[in-house]
Design a protein around this ligand. Structure first.
Ligand SMILES: [Zn+2]
Ligand SMILES: [Zn+2]
Length: 276
């Protein structure tokens, strides 16, 4: 098993209690070559709630600074104890366009190898996880979502674009949603990644309960056929038991889409790793 480059430890508010070294031990048992720790840093909620004159709720968790400092320190220190595996210090930076200056500061932290760029929510809305899709104009929502992903893609505060189709992840009957009207903006996102030498993530989180991936095979292939060469694989594990889950299927999907290599990042520099 080559890599799992998106993984949450006890520092992430929505993850189980696993420490970085417990995750590393699980990765070694699986025979992973590369593991990235990428705890949640929702940059639009960097400070405690009081800073924004808001209340902390289940839907809006604040103080990402505390998550980032704890996760980066623990992962950086753990690098001393990782013979046999390459541990990458990372962060999942959410909502980059909502605070570009703070995102630039996080990205420049010298401990970081890899930064995932994510859109989990639109301005003044909760995470897509919490949305009531039965009472929402879904095409308008998804149009706004991909516009926000494109805005993120155009920044320089990330190395990997995470879960491209997150806005559809929690939608009922998502398999039946026609993404054809969104293909022009998706192609623009892909061309932006390619021009900037950023990677696309094939995220297997949905494989826990379905056969879907994020994005699906057709979009992975579309990215490849447009000239995309940099691809990462991840489970987005929030607890040890999901690390590496169905990773052999993600590797096969990458090969079937035409990829001969995967990509890892060390200090934000892409390195190609051959697919066996
Ligand atoms: Zn995410
Ligand atoms: Zn994640």
């Amino acid at each position: 098993m080559i890599m799992d480059l998106h993984s949450h430890t006890h520092h992430s508010p929505d993850a189980a209690g696993d420490t970085v070294l417990e995750r590393v031990a699980a990765a070694k048992r699986l025979g992973l070559q590369y593991l990235a720790i990428t705890d949640h840093v929702e940059v639009n909620r960097w400070y405690p709630a009081a800073f924004y004159r808001k209340q902390e709720t289940e839907q809006f968790v604040y103080d990402s600074e505390r998550v980032f400092l704890g996760s980066a320190a623990e992962t950086d220190a753990a690098k001393q104890q990782t013979e046999g595996i390459t541990l990458l210090c990372g962060a999942e930076l959410g909502q980059i366009p909502q605070d570009l200056r703070r995102s630039e500061a996080v990205y420049a932290d010298r401990r970081l190898d890899i930064v995932l760029g994510s859109v989990h929510e639109l301005p003044d809305m909760p995470d897509f996880f919490f949305l009531d899709y039965a009472h929402i104009d879904i095409p308008a929502l998804i149009t706004a979502y991909f516009d926000e992903v494109l805005a993120l893609a155009k920044t320089d505060c990330y190395d990997v674009l995470a879960h491209l189709t997150y806005g559809l992840r929690y939608m009922p009957n998502r398999a039946e949603y026609d993404i054809t009207p969104h293909l022009p903006v998706i192609d623009e996102i892909f061309r932006t990644l390619i021009a900037k030498k950023k990677a696309l993530e094939l995220n297997g989180s949905l494989l826990k309960s379905s056969d879907d991936t994020d994005p699906g095979f057709s979009l992975i292939k579309r990215y490849h056929d447009l000239g995309g060469e940099l691809l990462t694989l991840s489970t987005d594990a929030h607890e040890n038991k999901w690390l590496g889950y169905r990773m052999d299927e993600l590797e096969q999907m990458a090969k079937d889409a035409g990829f001969t290599h995967l990509t890892v990042f060390r200090k934000h520099q892409p390195e190609l790793v051959p697919l066996p």
